[in-house]
Ligand binder design. Structure first.
Ligand code: NAP
Length: 358
């Protein structure tokens, strides 16, 4: 892979900070620009994140003194001086859509963590180990935007990463119903135990918009490209409940599913162990060596023990067993700010670079 100059929009936020940490020693992506809102613009990065750098490590030296740019006002300068940007902002959906497309129209590819474009029909929403072929829709998107290089590509919501990777290898068995309950870490809300004291000794049974995302986004990931758009799959049917729990990092999912063609437990375990990961041979720098890890122990996976597996990029599974109402049930786990946010976006960018879209 060549070397690329990278900008981060929303660099001062929780996901932006994670991008900085993950890209610190990246072999091919060099951070050359940081941008955020006008509130942070003009400050050094160290000043802008003073008292709110939430990653459990020091701010990398090379970004401390970088001047934070204004993602709006400095757009043209940013677009001209990078090969692509990562974007993770707290703007409204409409504002995010406009911001991301305006970068794309300035011929600057955008790899986004935001949800605004997840259902734009010619914007690929990619989990690289599952649907890398959706990148082909970028050709149609460029036609619509009138660009040669610019486009927007997105990653899916963090909650999905704990169960969609386990369902993907089973799709040809006719998975028809999936019920999932997610137990989501507080970093998913941009919080720590200091900034969310109400979560201690508690669970909060509501995360705004999360259940809709958990049920709808998998269908786009399992969809097919047809007539210049990605047509979502009409199966399986997903239903979900999403709950905030007192865990710092790592989303857990309790999953129940039914199959049209029922197979043995061993067959499901074999499919997980032998899943033909379509990007395995690309050897992308952030890809886990093994995508799915199954744990035999009854008390695994646990956020505290497995979230950092393969640099927080692997998916941990366990407790697969028959169910009395559905066919099977299992537990899934993934790191929400690594695999589920910045790490997933870095892996997606690596794929898009390797395939020549960036
Ligand atoms: P956050 O901590 O609130 O950070 C928001 C970032 O957006 C800050 O850098 C902020 O800059 C910037 N921003 C605000 N207004 C802006 C503007 N007008 N122009 C440019 N930048 C602006 O949020 P977060 O948790 O990092 O989440 C960012 C995005 O990632 C959201 O869409 C979220 O849904 C998504 N996401 C988060 C997670 C997670 O685990 N946290 C997982 C998946 C996806 P200032 O500091 O200057 O205000």
């Amino acid at each position: 892979m060549k070397n690329y100059k990278v900008g981060i929009i929303g660099a001062t936020g929780m996901v932006g900070q994670r991008f900085i940490s993950l890209l610190n020693n990246h072999p091919n992506f060099k951070i050359v620009l940081l941008a955020a809102s006008s509130k942070s613009a003009g400050k050094t990065y160290e000043e802008a994140v003073k008292g709110r750098f939430l990653i459990d490590e020091d701010i990398p030296e090379f970004v401390k003194s970088m001047k934070v740019l204004d993602a709006e006002a400095d757009k043209e300068y940013i677009a001209k001086n990078v090969d692509f940007v990562f974007c993770a902002t707290s703007l409204s959906k409409e504002e995010t859509k406009i911001l991301e497309e305006s970068y794309a129209k300035l011929e600057c590819p955008v790899v986004s963590n935001n949800s605004a474009h997840r259902h734009t029909k010619d914007v690929p929403m990619i989990i690289p180990e599952i649907n890398p072929e959706h990148a082909e829709i970028i050709i149609s998107q460029r036609k619509r935007l009138g660009t040669k290089k610019g486009f927007v590509a997105v990653k899916s919501n963090c909650s999905l990463q704990s169960y969609v990777p386990a369902i993907a290898p089973l799709l040809d068995l006719g998975v028809d119903k999936v019920a999932v309950c997610t137990y989501q870490a507080i970093s998913g809300a941009g919080k720590t135990f200091e900034t969310m004291p109400e979560i201690l000794d508690n669970v909060i049974p509501f995360i705004s918009g999360e259940e809709e995302k958990s049920e709808i986004e998998p269908l786009k990931i399992f969809g097919k490209i047809k007539d210049n758009e990605i047509v979502p799959s009409d199966s399986p049917k997903f239903t979900s409940q999403c709950i905030r729990v007192p865990v710092s990092d790592g989303h857990t999912a309790a999953v129940f599913f039914s199959l049209k063609n029922k197979v043995s437990k061993q067959e499901i375990l074999n499919r997980w162990a032998n899943y033909k990961n379509p990007i395995a041979e690309l050897n992308l720098p952030s890809a886990p060596k093994q995508f799915l890890h199954y744990f035999e122990e009854d008390n695994l996976p646990q956020p505290k023990l497995q979230r950092e597996l393969e640099n927080g990029m692997a998916i941990s599974l366990g407790r697969l067993r028959e169910d009395s109402i559905f066919d099977y049930r299992f537990i899934g786990l993934s790191h929400n700010t690594k695999r589920g946010a910045a790490g997933g976006a870095v892996l997606l960018a690596e794929l898009l670079c390797e395939k020549g879209y960036i």
